[in-house]
Design a protein around this ligand. Sequence first.
Ligand code: FAD
Length: 475
Amino acid sequence: DLIVFWHRRDLRLADNLGLAAARAKTAKVVGLFCLDPYLLKPEAVAPARMAYLLESLAELQQSYRSIGSDLLILHQPPAEGIPVLASQLGARAIHWNWDVEPYAQARDRCVREALKEQGIAVHTGWDQLLHAPGQVRTQAGDPYMVYTPFWKNWRSQPKAAPAPSLWDCQGLTEAEQDCARQAGAVPLPSLQDLGFCWQEPLPLPPGEQAAWDRFLAFCNRDRTIVDYDQQRNCPAKDGTSRLSAAFKFGTLGIRAVWQEAMAAYQRCRSDRTEAGIEAWQQELAWREFYQHALYFFPDLAEGAYRERMQNFPWENDPDLFEAWCAGETGFPIVDAAMRQLNQTGWMHNRCRMIVASFLTKDLLISWQWGEQYFMQHLVDGDLSANNGGWQWSASSGMDPKPLRIFNPVSQAQKYDPQGEYIRHWLPDLADLSTESLITGEISPQQRQARSYPAPVVNHAAQRQAFRDRYQNQHQ
Ligand code: FAD
């Protein structure tokens, strides 16, 4: 009477709809994770993200063991490995939670077909979103293309309560464990075994427990959430949750998060503090907006959403790209941000917008180069949010108006007025005046003494060059 639960972006036992549904049918539930070689290609993977994934899996395996079951690991293409494992184990069904990504959907169809041939039932449903794609539509019944009306509608709809946690299970017998090994189950590999290396502390400690602890601190203990509307744009402050890897891999359940955030919201209702919580909830809605967008418009993954931006005349200068990647553009706020990404695997949202605008509008380099670089470095790299952020910044996405071209100097002036963030990530420049750090007006001697490059472009000229090209495309 065994059910296998296939974990993908839901690495937790609590508030997991698919897992709770499986447990409601039988006590004998075993977890499975499949390390899919297709998703482990070095050009698509950030070492930090892989480290987060593997350590979260290690914790999940421990959690399963502590409730009497186990998490099996396969390291092969899912459509090959899963049907063999399931049939060898005599599983009566496989459950999983859906994903919006085009690759995941095609993969799931193959796995489903192969299981059907073996006579094994498949049960699936949504889990990682508060509202599934299709649940939030315009009055005409279409998916939203613009965020604000989406948010209003999304916000007004009732949200589901958390799913019950898993707290006891019946695991595999020894004979069944042998069987699983013969069918390809392997010990969880290390990061090194997979050919990656990451030695820095992760921006968020891995696993379900750490994610929940961080969330409770953010929401209740330190109450950072209360000032979120005021602090979230200052990259020098610890004003955001830094939970993005947890949302990406589902070490946090979204219904439990919503319930807790709403409880905090109710407690704050009488004073201004509810503004902070609502501003944070809006970010959760951005996450869902982009996931719905990818679900309904899978071509987003391939190129510009707007036809007129599909053949944009990018210059794609490889030397400028290299300078951007290395944080060597001579624009301090841009370089500080890229160094934060390269060193930690995470970058503040304000800075993601600044460097994305800079790459596309100042360096005239295709947003897709930046999109890929982010996927190779971000601990939270996620197709829908990353593609959404890049297309927003490149003005190639759904909601391109007004034409946004960030000025790195005024961005630094507004969001890092004391130069704290720049000083932190560019320590060689720390002794320069705040004015120099913000404006980038640093003398050739000062640059030379600090091995800091001269600006690689002139912002005003590049801004005009982008505008001209953009207008040509839109005539
Ligand atoms: P908080 O401010 O605490 O927000 C809470 C959660 O809401 C985040 O953890 C995230 O899950 C979600 N969220 C917040 N902002 C956004 C947003 N604009 N779009 C979608 N979801 C959001 N986010 C990713 O998770 N993965 C990515 O690969 C990614 N790439 C980006 C690329 C660009 C060019 C830009 C401009 C933004 C990108 N973002 C991405 C969105 C955002 O920058 C990060 O989610 C955020 O910085 C994570 O920090 P946090 O957890 O402290 O966020």
